[in-house]
Design a protein around this ligand. Sequence first.
Ligand code: HEM
Length: 525
Amino acid sequence: MSSIFTDISSSWSLDTSNLTVGAIVAGLIVLFKLAKARRESQGFPLPGPTPLPFVGNALSIRASEPWVTYAEWGSRYGDIFKTRMLSEDTIIIHSEQVAKTLLEHRSSVYSDRPHFAARLPYGWGFHFAWEPYGERWRLQRKVFHQFFREEAALEHRPIQLQKARQLVLDLVNDPDNHRFHIQRHVDSIIMSILYDYELSPGRDHFVELFECGATIAMEGLLPENSAIITTFPFVLNLPTWLPGSRFSRRAALSKECADGMVSAPFEYSRKREADGIASSAMIPSFLRSEKYAKDPSTIQLFKDVAASGFIGGGETSTVSLYSFCLAMLQNLDVQKRAQAEVDEVVGLDRLPNFDDRPHLPYVEAVLRETLRLYPVVPLAVAHATVSDDVFEGYFIPKGSTVVPNIWAMLHNPDVYPEPHSFKPERYFKDGKLDDEVSTSHIGYGFGRRICPGRYTADASIWVAMVTILSTLTVSKALDDKGREIDVDPKFTCGVTSGPLPFPCKIVPRRADFDAEKFSGMMKDI
Ligand code: HEM
């Protein structure tokens, strides 16, 4: 009897607790829906292409140039719209004006980064481009700023000048490997500034480490792969021997490379410092500061920031210079006019330097047009919101991924008539450079996340360009019958985009301009 009673009472109490739990859950759902409805009633949902079940809009996006698809959608749906990749929504900003309003004027809301599920498993916690908006990011940016802000970047000029001249010498000696020399030139600048490290001849082992880390990590950080990893996080934990375990295998390899690239060049600087070799580069300067250089968390901070600098600055500046070569090859008239300006201002007996810059407006316009026609980071780095927002009646929820389509902004025919043509003249009004026209600096992004390496990038690219213009001619390569090979450029697609290797001929502009004469001219630095 008592056991029956106990059974009944326990089953009754079970029912009661079931009911209670059910009521709480139902109450929570109602509350959640009410809260969501209240939030959403603050504004309308954003327009955008209708997503298909499961895949969203993924199948309609041009895989090799997603920014072109987004530009077409921008013309249809307006300056801000929403698209969906698998289960992830992304807000695309189509116009510069909206980008400035949201990412700059409301930067306290729009300066976060989306959560990339691949970031930590791929070993990329070090890179502050993907660090969430918060105290750690602020510290990283502050450290970086000390060495790369506008005035500090002036200190890099002797290195940039010397490396630009070395680049020309390398191109004279070995023109066929132009892509390699451009990349090496950019890497050598950034490694000098960060670690006071001179690249070894040929392939350099630190650079190889960075390349290995970046190549694998970029795969994981690509939006489509990131969407797969976010939607099916278990793919990162599959045993590496299982078929289909590609993501977990790549993550393990990526982490190994990332750990190496953060530590190895730092240890190189540490050893040189211990050997008493003085340098004003970023890491050696840090190692000399008694106050900070013994604290493990500060050491890690500097290691991470320096590696972020190499990753942020290597590929981007290389791609810009390579795009410049492509533009010169395809626009010989522009190249001739820029060369004539350099000859007139600099003369034929010396090489250009930074003091010449204000006197070379056409070269300046060539630089702007290169960064406009070939934006290196066409979709910037995605921003994210830290709180709900309403913009022109549209509701933008907290945690939204927000992507400025820099490519669309720089190809807007209302601002840049004939946007697909290379026309430096567009920046002139009444014979003078007109700063009103130029918004090509938006290639460096927006607001609190704007590229902190932009002053260094701008100076590195300018001095390399002007040194090439003063000494070399870039033109179409010839086939074995002596006919010019036309170039139909193809572009890479990732976080950065730039020309795939193309044939080209690089020759000294004057017959007497050989490596020996050139080496002599380099001595005026
Ligand atoms: C042509 C050259 C370059 C271009 C076009 C470029 C472009 C960009 C863009 C579009 C962003 C994202 C901005 C945003 O989120 O709105 C960015 C971020 C960044 N760039 Fe650059 N960049 C260049 C060169 C450099 C150089 C030389 C360095 C280092 C010396 C560098 C370091 C960084 C870093 C660390 C970030 C992350 C900033 C953050 O999230 O707070 N970049 N860059």
